[in-house]
Ligand binder design. Structure first.
Ligand code: CTP
Length: 446
């Protein structure tokens, strides 16, 4: 019996796929089709796949050509599969000509003619709604947002708003978009906004955008109080709009895998989470300006509280803070968030330097994520018996903003108001803690 194997994403299954599968089947007696898993596609930078893995598997089965469908989940799996399933022929479309010659060592490699004039990419483009995004604010992060949004289909950054017209114009000319210093006319020209203005302005901008029917992606800290966060999410819900906090670590593949692994008990019961983040800054900068809600905590708490709230929950019993302040802002803050069953501590700095790693300790082992853990593409699960340790690698593409933009657009397209990667209630809990700090509750100065 001649066994053939082929692989693909098979998104929005089309005639090109069907022809390819028919030709592959004709090469032998038994055809195995490897369909990429969602996480494998995200990991290799294919962020725009429309159908989820189950839908894609079902579509391949429905063609009737596959005798067996398997899931492709990791780099190098093709060699394993060819050996494991005793494959005689590896077949793939001619767009891959030459790319899989290395498999000739294991079986025969056949490049089949590709059907001209059709592809999933083309179908996605034809059926994609394009959302016009306007950026509010024109600082450092806003600049990174534009190239990152180009990686996400459906996202089209069209304009920037800044009350300072010169700043808006400067920015717009650099990145090739329109500019505006009138908020209402700016809103008229967009479907969604990305708020990247100084922290204290987020709330008002988000509220006005939501009241005008615009979806909102808001930089961290989304707001500086729990009440404001509740109000904004409520407003979004009432107006059937997406409000998403741009807490970029929350949407990254590696961080998501840490959460699911820990939740599935890989390190036992979690008893402690320790996260640090320090970034030295030099004046003059917004981070050192009390009028712009600068300081280490306002700057970095949203990201560092993420693993704590995701892994230990929102029912903490007490929170305490220790800060070193200079010029009206905290240059160093230690935050302890305790639970009846666990502890957590967070070290933040904009004027002190420390190791920016993350450790999640449990009754069976711990997860170690080296600095900078918030941009992570690697982590290790470690045990007393070191032979059981396991390392996990991911890709973290570009500046990482593409993952949150992708989530934002996907939520708009699928009419989803809530996102499991960062629940609204988790974002509110984070805002509550930031508010406690800014009101001086349980705060001691060093
Ligand atoms: N294929 C083909 N003819 C097409 C499109 C795809 O023969 N017009 C083949 C590919 O060469 C591959 C298989 O179908 O062997 C699955 O490819 P996949 O990447 O899922 O499809 P594409 O339409 O090429 O997807 P994308 O545009 O996302 O790359």
């Amino acid at each position: 019996m001649v066994k053939v194997i082929t692989y693909g994403t098979y998104d929005l299954l089309h005639q090109g796929h069907i022809n390819l599968l028919r030709r592959a089947k004709e090469l032998g007696d038994y055809l195995i089709v490897g369909v990429t898993s969602d996480s494998f596609d995200i990991g290799r930078g294919k962020l725009n796949v429309r159908n989820n893995m189950l839908e894609r598997v079902e579509a391949v089965k429905a063609t009737g050509y596959a005798d067996e469908v398997i899931v492709e989940d990791y780099q190098g799996q093709k060699i394993d599969d060819i050996q494991r399933y005793n494959i005689d022929i590896f077949a793939i479309g001619s767009d891959w000509e030459g790319k899989f010659d290395y498999l000739n060592e294991y079986c025969k490699v056949v490049y089949l003619p590709r059907t001209e004039g059709i592809s999933s990419t083309q179908l996605r483009a034809e059926t994609q709604d394009i959302f016009r995004i306007g950026i509010i604010g024109s600082g450092r992060i806003a600049k990174r947002f534009v190239p990152e949004s180009n990686m996400v289909s459906g996202a089209n950054v069209v304009s920037v708003y800044n009350p300072d017209l010169e700043a808006a114009k400067d920015f717009a000319q650099q990145v090739g978009i329109d500019w505006c210093d009138q908020f209402d006319s700016f809103l008229d020209g967009v479907d969604a906004v990305y708020i990247a203005s100084p922290h204290p302005t987020h709330y008002e901008y988000a509220k006005r955008a939501l009241m005008n029917g615009k979806h909102v992606l808001c930089e961290i800290p989304m707001v500086l109080s729990g009440e404001e966060a509740r109000e904004l999410y409520h407003l979004a819900e009432e107006n059937n709009l997406v409000l998403l906090e741009a807490n970029k670590t929350a949407y990254c593949p590696a961080f998501n895998h840490i959460v699911t692994l820990v939740k599935s008990g890989i390190v036992g019961d979690v008893v402690d989470v320790r996260a640090s983040l320090s970034k030295m800054v030099a004046p003059p900068t917004r981070e050192l300006d009390p009028a712009q809600a600068g300081g280490a905590l306002n700057e970095h708490a949203s990201i560092t509280l993420l693993p704590v709230i995701k892994l230990l929950g929102r029912d903490f019993s007490d929170v305490s803070f220790y800060s070193k302040k200079e010029g009206g802002v905290d240059v160093y803050t230690k935050m302890n968030v305790n639970y009846p069953h666990a502890t957590s501590s967070i070290t933040l700095g904009i004027g002190i330097k420390t190791e920016g790693d993350l450790v999640v300790s449990g009754t069976k082992g711990y997860v170690y994520v080296p600095a900078p853990w918030w941009l992570t593409d690697f982590f290790e699960v470690r045990y007393e018996d070191q032979r059981k340790n396991k390392k996990y690698f991911y890709s973290y593409d570009g500046d990482g903003l593409r993952y949150e933009i992708q989530e934002f657009i996907a939520m708009i397209v699928s009419n989803r108001r809530s996102c499991y990667k960062l629940r609204r209630r988790e974002s509110i809990a984070i805002a509550d803690i930031i508010e406690r700090y800014n009101s001086g509750v349980n705060l001691r100065l060093l």
